[in-house]
Design a protein around this ligand. Sequence first.
Ligand code: DGT
Ligand code: CA
Ligand code: CA
Ligand code: ZN
Length: 651
Amino acid sequence: MVNLSSWSIPRSRREQPPYFTKGQIITVLEQVGILLQLDGANPFRVRAYENASRSLSSHEEDLWETVNQGRLIDIKGIGKGIAGLINEAMNIGTWGDLGSLYEKVPRGLIEMLGVPGLGPKRIKQFYDELGIENITDLRAAAEDGELSNLPRMGKKMERRILEGIDLLARFSGRRRLDIGLLYGEAFERRIDGIEGVQRAQLAGSARRRKESIGDLDVVAAVEKENIEKVTDSILSIPGIAEVKGAGDSKISLILESTIFEDAASNSTIDGGVLAALGGEAWEELEANSTIDAQVRLVPPHVFAYTMAYFTGSKEHNVRMRQRALDMGLRLNEFGLFPLEGLGDAKGLQAAENGLPAFDEEEIYEHLKMKWVPPEMREDMGEIEASLSGNLPSLIEPVHVKGALHNHTTASDGTGSLSEMAEAAIDLGWEFLGIADHSEVLNIGGRSIGVPQDKVIEQGNEIREMNYEWEEEDTNFRLLHGSECDILADGKLDYPDSIRREFSHVVGSVHAIGSWRNRDEIENTEILIKAIEDPTFTILGHPTGRIIGGREGFPLDMHAVLRRMGELNSEGILKACEINASPYRLDLDWRLCKFAKSQGVPIVINPDAHSTKGLKDVWFGVQMARKGWLEEADVLNCLPGNVIEERMMEGK
Ligand code: DGT
Ligand code: CA
Ligand code: CA
Ligand code: ZN
């Protein structure tokens, strides 16, 4: 199976040679071999790259040393041309003209590599003979029987491809957090409701709120004598597509979406995202998807230990186990035991002599640590912070008092101004920032931006509504902002005179194509130029990534945040959005701590396109928590009567 997440030419983060590692070079060579096939290149050229990547994989010496000694061409399987390329990559940090090859091959062809049983040769054949450019086209052609009419194809092959497409959607992909939680929480509730289950809880990446979920892990506390009965009950939960295995302590299964049929989906999708994902066919694929799940049945007295273990992350667990060892203790999924006198006792038997813990707090306490919120358990500094008592007090959903990036029917939203305002009031919010698309934007050829005269009208309407709320002493206001397109050259859409009237400008890149065709350095410069515009307030979905759909455009986000930090230190407000749509979650949580260290305020924005969409803010809060943010770090935790002032002051 091909890893689709990294099909772009790598860019070095290092300041000096070697700019790339051996692993990175092997990956590029391997990918180039495939890209050349998709591009219909001469087979000898294809083979040269395949051979080079294979021989580098088994090359045992330090590659950088080999390069420096000029011995690269002595390696069997590496010719002059490729040796020159490796030299250039490691010494200068560039990849010859390979960048253009990466850009030239349609993304959809690369995605088709993910269909089990489909290789570059066939994909190239389908593309040349039927114009098939992506999985959606492929499925349509197979369903219409077009594939089987091609040379070297047949009905059987066609059927296998259709099955492969289903498989790709059903079994191989990670699910977005919102989908994973829909399954996970429904499953947890079902298990918790079974007679004989004392407690059941979702662990794993779902509990840590990773942006995507591989499989679900549930831990259930069950007395030994009830195991059999409980297992039977679990296996009869409706919504199980397949049982992969069921032993005394572990059940592995595949869940299908009927398990949460009655629960309403808690996220919404906007047109731009849907178009990027491949239209409605994608939704259909997703609706038919499944997720793997494992249930661990453990005796109640070890439940807390098993929960802690299966919550992970693996990296966090490794550090915890080391901490225990340093104290002369062994930590595992069954308990925490003194190493001394442990003898040959294993597993549950050993747990008899372990230190008792009813909940996770007690486990951390035994290790002289403060309890670490699950979202932070990624070994990104939380162990040290816990030991020194410096854990942050994480933001919570109730701290959010409004949001600044939301759409109405004026652009591509489905709710009117007053409908959106009412929904926000119902959530207990004190303000709602309207930021409809600026006039230039169109999606799939349809113009959805707000023309200048209309956006001025919208401002008047908002002022009137605010006046009425003030009259009746309602603590709520609408803020009139705009989601202004950042054009390819870094200019902002709308004339300056219009932009100056907004309470805030969310600057966003939408025409992602031209940004993808430029390099990281150029994009970074151009984006910074846009941010420096005096009317610019908030950087919207900074990289344009779509989880499971596409990568963001190349960008040095550290450099962007550094510059934003400088401007903030001069008293100019430049905030960065965590776009809370579960399709985006962009800014990535891994960068939150850095943003905070630079003094860049974060705004958690649902980017709502409907009244229901406002609730997506919850997912953004989860990411902020993963990124160690506190209430004070997040701009939209400010009360409604000061947020506008704060934004005005910062201009
Ligand atoms: P996922 O399923 O890929 O989204 O990510 P996780 O974190 O749920 O990973 P998973 O399901 O493979 O395992 C659940 C947890 O079990 C994981 O977060 C930590 C723990 N675990 C699994 N394998 C190991 C291991 O080899 N060593 C340690 N220390 N912990 C492990
Ligand atoms: Ca998991
Ligand atoms: Ca698992
Ligand atoms: Zn946008």
